[in-house]
Structure formats: C-alpha cells, structure tokens
Design a protein around this ligand. Structure first.
Ligand code: FPP
Length: 282
C-alpha cells in the first residue's frame, strides 16, 4: 500500500493508457474487449483523481496516429468514447468536473461530437477538476498548429516576431490550458511518450508501469504520486536554490527517498479500501 501527502499532489497528471490490446490478446479476446476493460479503468482513475483533489487529468484516449488502425478497432474506440461520455455525463456534472477535449476534433465522427460538444459546454464553468480527453491528438501536430497560427498573425502584422518566446507559444497550446503536466504516467511496459504532451512534458516527472492499462489500480496511482512526492524538481536550478525558493514560499522540500510517511503535518491519503494505520510501503 502506498501513501500520498494531500498537500503536495501533482496539479496536472497525464496518462498514456497503453496495453489494452495485449490485455485482450492474452485472454484470447478481440482487442476491442481490451479497450472496453480500459474504459472501466478510466472511470476508476477519474473518480480517484477527483476524490484526491488533483486539479487536472489528461488522458491519451486516441492519437492522431491511431486513425491508421484497422477500421473495426477505430469504430469500437469511438463507440466506447461515446458510451463513456453518455454514461459519465451526470457524474461529471455533479462532481464539478470540467470536461475538455484536445486534438483535431474535426475528425471525430458525428456520433461522438453530438455528445462531446454539449458536455464540454455544460461543464465549462465547473471548477473542481479538469478532465482533458486527448482525442485525435498529436503533440507535434499541436505545436505545428500553434506555429501556423503565430505565422498568420505575423503575416497580418498583428504579432511582432520578436515577441514569440516559449511562453507565448505554450499559451497557444490547448494541452497546456490546465497548466504544464507535473506527472506523466505510462502503463504497458514501454518507455516512450508517443507524441503525448510533448511541449508540456519538458519538466514533467515520468513514471512507467509494466502493468497493462485495464489492470491499472488505484494503488498504482498512489505509487506514482508517492514516487513523485519523493523527487526533487529542480527545473534547471541546483538543489540549494530550489530549497531557498521553497522556503521563501513557506513550503518544505520533499522528504528524501528513504523517509517513511508520517512527515509531521502531512495529511496522508491511502487508496480506497486501505487503512492509513496498516504498514506502509513506499
Ligand atoms: C493503447 O493501447 C490505448 C488506446 C489506443 C486507446 C485508449 C482507450 C481507452 C482506454 C478506452 C476509451 C477511452 C475513454 C476515455 C473512455 P493499445 O491498444 O495500443 O494496446 P497494445 O499496446 O497492447 O496493443
């Protein structure tokens, strides 16, 4: 069981939900069955992030490159997406979750758009958590689109090229609407970003899991957050500078790797069903 400190949660978590196909194939089932089981994992993890108080969760549900998969699999994924948006609509609204979508939404079938767009609108003022679905999304494509927009403004004379810097470009990226991702997870045993949140990933902490996405548990998410909380994020500075900055903000650095939970003042959280008094393993 893993503990997390409620005071130091990653504000924005991104997840590459990999391994649905292998999960199904290992059971002799069609790949679509893996995606269906993956949808159930999505529900579990969205609920947990909302309960924990994570500000934003971005899920890589369908990449720009996934359009090239067999048509039957693409159709099944679009069907599951629609089903998720319909079945979770009330829970999303009741729990004050803002649903957004990033990617080339114009490529999505009408059956998805007709449930996605109203939910985006109806939830747009919700403030407890942002749930961003990356749909028909590619990090390179997103950067290219933003660069094209800037080029149009320069050509129109409304933007001075010397004003273009990393922050200005970043502000044009829908994937950073909820801020830079602090933690990016990938399941399924691969160690790559696969075109996910490329610009925002610059200083994200990364966590990789062998477990296939349909088997990803609440405790796995706790393990990832717990690991995140034991890392020193330096953003190109040296440790002493980071400690000084944190002190000036009245914050404490993360406890070192070997320290067990129970840091004075820490509000410890445990996965659902677990008791904080049971033995800790971090
Ligand atoms: C990657 O696994 C996963 C996807 C391409 C789709 C992810 C979709 C879901 C989890 C379900 C639908 C989404 C929502 C938001 C309801 P893979 O198929 O590449 O797995 P493999 O590497 O084992 O082949």
């Amino acid at each position: 069981m893993h503990f997390v400190d409620a005071r130091n949660l990653p504000r924005h978590i991104g997840i590459i939900m990999d391994g649905n196909g292998r999960w199904a194939e290992a059971r002799g089932e069609p790949r679509e069955a893996g995606h269906k089981a993956g949808s159930a994992a999505v529900r579990r993890i969205v609920r947990l992030c909302r309960r924990l108080g994570v500000d934003a969760l971005t899920l890589y549900a369908f990449s720009e490159q996934n359009w090239a998969r067999p048509a039957g699999e693409v159709d099944a994924l679009m069907g599951l997406l629609r089903e998720f948006l319909v079945s979770e609509r009330d829970e999303i609204l009741e729990n004050d979750i803002r649903l957004v979508a990033i990617g080339d939404l114009s490529r999505l079938p009408e059956a998805v758009r007709e449930v996605l767009d109203p939910l985006r609108g109806a939830s747009s003022r919700n403030g407890k958590m942002t749930l961003a679905l990356a749909l028909s999304y590619g990090g390179r494509e997103e950067i290219a689109t933003a660069a094209r927009q800037l080029a149009v403004e320069v050509a129109a004379g409304t933007l001075d090229p010397s004003a273009i810097d990393a922050a200005l470009l970043g502000a044009r990226l829908p994937s950073l609407g909820a801020g830079d991702p602090d933690l990016i997870l990938r399941t399924g045993g691969e160690f790559r970003l696969s075109n996910f949140l490329l610009y925002g990933a610059a200083y994200a902490e990364l966590a990789f899991f062998d477990r296939l996405w349909p088997d990803f548990t609440e405790d796995d998410l706790f393990a990832a957050i717990s690991s995140y909380q034991r890392r020193e994020r330096r953003f190109g500075l040296i440790g002493r500078q980071v400690a000084g900055m944190l002190a000036s903000l009245g914050e404490t650095p993360n406890p070192p790797e070997e320290e067990t939970p129970g840091t004075p003042g820490a509000a410890l959280l445990t996965p659902p069903g677990a008791s904080p008094s049971s033995s800790a393993s971090v």
